[in-house]
Ligand binder design. Structure first.
Ligand code: SF4
Length: 205
């Protein structure tokens, strides 16, 4: 995050505007089930740290998101983990957000888990419904076909880049994504945080 101070309250709106599908899915799950399992909290928590949430804002975010549990339970079971991600507990390691490769080759999500990369870990049906719910009418049938074909061929970064383009196709002021907007990896998505940064840049321009 280049200088933009991110607060817990801003996350839901930012998720719609600028998060890649993997993180958007976690925000949506958090909203509906008020919980995320451990691997999801790791992947999403480090991403949120990467976009610029301070440890205080991260604690506020998770506390608010886990709205069905008591403060006591939150403090006992989750607080340490959040602080740990910021290197403030245990081995005090400065954990960095996971890259696409780390997410794609990392732990496979099991039942009830939504971490991982939707392009790699979802069935075609699951991915299609996630794409419909996040992109709505912005995505044509031809777009969907293109994304599914890239996914089937294992070109997850190509599919994700196409989603990025669609997500930003209707920006106010008609901004569109240009080559060199900073996605990295030869202008295709290779890191969820790079996706976010490129999105903020495209939106501000
Ligand atoms: Fe997330 Fe990377 Fe998969 Fe895109 S390609 S959904 S940024 S893990």
């Amino acid at each position: 995050a280049d200088g933009e101070a991110i607060t817990a309250e801003m996350v839901p709106e930012l998720a719609i505007q600028s998060f890649p599908l993997c993180m958007r899915q976690m925000q949506d799950t958090l909203k509906t089930s008020k919980h995320l399992k451990h691997e999801g909290r790791q992947q999403y928590g480090l991403f949120l740290k990467g976009i610029g949430l301070s440890v205080e804002e991260a604690l506020a975010f998770w506390r608010k998101s886990f709205s069905t549990i008591t403060d006591d339970k939150f403090n006992k079971e989750y607080r340490y983990n959040v602080r740990h991600q910021f290197g403030l507990e245990g081995s005090r390691k400065n954990y960095t957000p996971k890259s696409c490769t780390a997410i794609i080759t990392g732990p496979v999500p099991g039942a009830g888990q939504v971490h991982g990369c939707p392009f790699r870990h979802h069935s075609e049906t699951g991915l299609t419904s996630l794409l419909h719910s996040t992109l709505g009418s912005t995505m044509s049938n031809a777009d969907l076909k293109e994304i599914l074909a890239a996914t089937k061929n294992g070109h997850y970064h190509v599919a994700c880049t196409r989603v990025f383009e669609l997500q930003h196709a209707k920006l106010p002021g008609g901004a569109s994504v240009q080559k060199g907007d900073g996605l990295g990896g030869g202008d295709s998505v290779d890191h969820p945080n790079r996706y976010f940064d490129a999105s903020r840049k495209a939106i501000k321009e």
